[in-house]
Design a protein around this ligand. Structure first.
Ligand code: ZN
Length: 132
């Protein structure tokens, strides 16, 4: 069974793998997740679509998405797209158990995880040097 730390590590590794990322409107290039978090502004709630649809083992996942505004005003997104089904399912299984245990909605849990990841990325050492 995964722990919260395992879940955060898996999500963070997936997100870091989405970089570098380029804003299609202003062509600003975000070299890393850290730079992206420093320069963009989070907007709204993270959206765990599959969990919200009560589909915790989706064969064709809609995905989980979080939005932020580029300094140019364009809305950028980071999503679970590209994550293997096996990994996505293990994260969703953890989320299903934890939402029940903590009395949180999937969205509340995901927002909590997002805040934790942001805090760790902005506070921690440079990525690429796992601490284990
Ligand atoms: Zn932009």
């Amino acid at each position: 069974m995964m722990t919260e730390a395992d879940v955060i590590r898996a999500m963070r590794e997936h997100l870091e793998g989405l970089f570098p990322k380029v804003c299609p409107v202003c062509n600003r290039r975000f070299a890393s997740l850290r730079e992206y978090l420093q320069l963009t502004k989070q907007i709204g709630s993270a959206m765990p679509y599959d969990a919200e649809f009560d589909d915790w083992m989706p064969e064709n996942p809609v995905g989980t998405v979080t939005f932020a505004n580029c300094p140019c005003g364009n809305t950028l997104s980071l999503s679970s797209e590209g994550m293997s089904l096996r990994q996505l399912w293990s994260l969703l299984l953890w989320a299903k158990l934890e939402t029940n245990r903590r009395g949180m909605t999937a969205q509340e849990l995901l927002n909590y995880l997002r805040a934790e990841i942001i805090r760790q990325v902005l506070a921690g050492p440079e990525p690429g040097r796992p601490g284990n």
